[in-house]
Design a binder for this molecule. Structure first.
Ligand code: OOG
Ligand code: MG
Length: 259
């Protein structure tokens, strides 16, 4: 027995209002018990709200897939969220900081899926075969919870802190060992971290593999044309107005500026 449908709708509406008004809130589990299943139900309601306003869902994100992120956030279970069209910022583009609460930036490796992937899949190699391109990416997360303080159900209901992301065209993953793809993450010309693909679950393919199987539990497929963010490779870093963040890697580079 989960929480009531009315409650699911109310929480989704509340979290969306916080997002759109750039207003923080306490975690939703303060005072009521919410299971992980309920939390994904709230997230699906949030997604329906976006779609009913005419937004398109253009992909997914996986979070808490690296040791660095698990340690930073204190949760060691990967989480899955959706990406709406208006989250996407063009490479070299600008993010209006007043639209967000307390944005942080993290370097990621993104996937462009070239063929429908229907789970359950049995091997990450199936993901590799269906991948058209791997791309340099940054995710801008903006938890709606005060000080990014949340537990597993709260962060899932909040669409896993999703807010914006930036990608640039990458390369075909054929003949590429994603574990060894190095990523340099810079802020205002100074290196914040260096990491490799292996930082995400040993290989970012494993994250997409988990996503496909997560979607299949709900009879959803990972559709051709979807973008997938495989998870922060290193710690997320607070952004202030004027900051320029950059990811440099052998699969390409990408940058974004906060204004
Ligand atoms: C949750 C989202 C985590 C990632 O890449 O690990 C995430 C958070 O840290 O607020 O996007
Ligand atoms: Mg992320």
């Amino acid at each position: 027995m989960g929480i009531e449908e009315r409650m699911i709708k109310e929480i989704a509406e509340h979290l969306e209002r916080c997002e759109l008004e750039a207003r923080e809130t306490e975690k939703i589990t303060d005072g009521i018990e919410i299971s992980v299943e309920d939390a994904y139900e709230i997230q699906r309601e949030l997604r329906r709200r976006k779609e009913s306003k005419g937004h398109r869902i253009i992909g997914y994100k996986i979070g808490l897939t690296s040791r660095a992120k698990m340690k930073q956030m204190g949760i060691d279970t990967p989480i899955f969220g959706f990406l709406a069209d208006y989250f996407l910022i063009p490479d070299g583009g600008e993010i209006r900081i007043e639209e967000l609460i307390h944005p942080k930036v993290e370097p990621e490796i993104a996937f462009l899926i070239g063929e429908d992937l229907e789970g359950p899949v049995s091997s990450p190699l199936e993901v590799l075969e269906a991948t058209e391109m791997v791309m340099p990416a940054m995710e801008i997360i903006d938890s709606r919870y005060r000080d990014f303080r949340f537990d597993l159900p709260s962060v899932i209901a909040d669409n896993c802190s999703s807010a914006r992301f930036v990608i640039s065209p990458g390369i075909s993953p054929e003949s590429l060992d994603l574990r060894t793809v190095g990523v340099v993450f810079e802020k205002n010309g100074r290196i914040l971290s260096t990491s490799t693909g292996a930082s995400v679950l040993g290989n970012p393919l494993n994250a997409v593999f988990m996503l496909v199987n997560h979607l299949s539990k709900n009879s959803e497929i990972l559709q051709r044309g979807s973008i997938v963010l495989s998870g922060g490779l290193s710690e997320a870093v607070r952004a202030e107005r004027g900051d320029i963040f950059k990811v440099i890697s052998p699969i390409g580079s990408v940058s974004v500026r906060f204004v």
